[in-house]
Design a protein around this ligand. Structure first.
Ligand SMILES: [Zn+2]
Length: 346
């Protein structure tokens, strides 16, 4: 592993002091994505023993890199607030750079497992799909964006201000945000995918179907996006939907229409902000970016939940690699219902 040399902490803290008033904006700006648990009962015991923690990530990345015949390289983008490495892995040599990010919210557990599995497959598999992805894409995989939050099993950072790292790409209070922005500026991804868990398990609107998977094709109002960005996002959503069509009892819904400009994906798409001392990038860097929200942890279905991330993610990677992504329509996405916002499957 190599470590990128970054001067992240000082600039992050400086920004925190200047802009702390903005950082403390009310939670009302954040619909439908409340922190806290999955649909667990008060007396239910949850074990995290099967969930990848920071040391697991370190260990598995090292193993994947060692077994990849040189295809996977693991590096660190910098240090978290508590001094943990901000690991990322790169696989593939293609011109199209694909940013795949997991667990920016520390208590959203299965996304880490999913991207490690994908990375392992891309590193060692010789299927036509894996070869195509490696030849046509350069995939940058971030298995645990928020290691401090992951270790504490909380959504936000642990230091210094319990910042939601997915609302920190305007103020850049946290060193994680600065480090990953610098990586973003270095690799300049064409496409982005961000993996989350939803905090409740609602029904698909108009049905009795338990909603297990949501697609967010927009983190900001499409009016802020270029025509190409909005089209590509819906194409990514369409390919994701196709990959889940008929998969078990997975009932897919559309994530609520949000307009959050300080989320990581939002600012990758919009450009225009940067940590102190850095030059902002323009809007034409990222061609399209979306996010997934998978139902939260139920111990008996952890493997299924990780697979819910893996299937559509692999489909989008494959479609980006063979070019079919960019000829897809988005009719099914346009017809996708929203979810009813009930509590815990009610
Ligand atoms: Zn989240």
């Amino acid at each position: 592993m190599r470590t990128r040399v970054v001067a992240a902490c000082a600039t992050g803290l400086l920004t925190a002091g200047v802009l702390s008033g903005i950082a403390a904006q009310p939670a009302s700006a954040e619909p439908a994505h409340t922190p806290g648990g999955p649909c667990l009962q008060e007396d239910q015991t949850v074990t995290l023993s099967s969930v990848a923690d920071y040391e697991d990530v370190e260990r598995r990345l090292a193993t994947i890199e060692a077994n990849s015949d040189g295809r996977v390289s693991v590096e660190s983008a910098g240090l978290s607030g508590e001094g943990r490495e901000l690991y990322y892995a790169t696989v593939g040599t293609g011109d199209t750079v694909f940013w795949l990010q997991a667990r920016i919210h520390g208590n959203e557990l299965q996304s880490t497992q999913a991207v490690l599995h994908i990375l392992q497959e891309l590193g060692r598999s010789n299927t036509p799909e894996a070869r195509s992805i490696r030849e046509n894409l350069t995939v940058v995989v971030i298995p645990m964006y928020n290691p401090d939050g992951a270790e504490a099993n909380i959504r936000q950072s642990t230091t210094p201000t319990r910042t939601d790292l997915n609302r920190d790409w305007e103020n850049f209070v946290q060193p994680e945000s600065v480090a990953f922005w610098e990586l973003f500026a270095e690799v300049q991804p064409d496409l982005g995918l961000d993996l989350h868990h939803m905090s409740s398990a609602p029904r698909v609107a108009g049905t009795d179907d338990l909603n297990q998977f949501q697609i967010g094709a927009r983190t900001v109002d499409p009016a802020r996006l270029t025509d190409e960005q909005w089209a590509t996002a819906r194409q990514m959503a369409e390919v994701s939907l196709d990959a889940l069509d008929g998969y078990g009892q997975t009932h897919v819904a559309r994530y609520p229409d949000i307009d959050i400009t300080n989320a990581a994906l939002s600012r990758m798409l919009l450009g225009g902000t940067a940590p102190a001392g850095e030059t902002p990038l323009s809007q034409d860097v990222v061609q399209g970016a979306i996010f997934y929200e998978v139902r939260s942890v139920g111990q008996k279905s952890n493997g299924y939940l990780a697979t819910l991330f893996e299937r559509p993610t692999m489909a989008v990677l494959a479609a980006a690699a063979d070019g079919s992504l960019f000829t897809s329509d988005w009719a099914d996405y346009d017809a996708l219902p929203y979810a009813d916002r009930g509590s815990c499957g009610v």
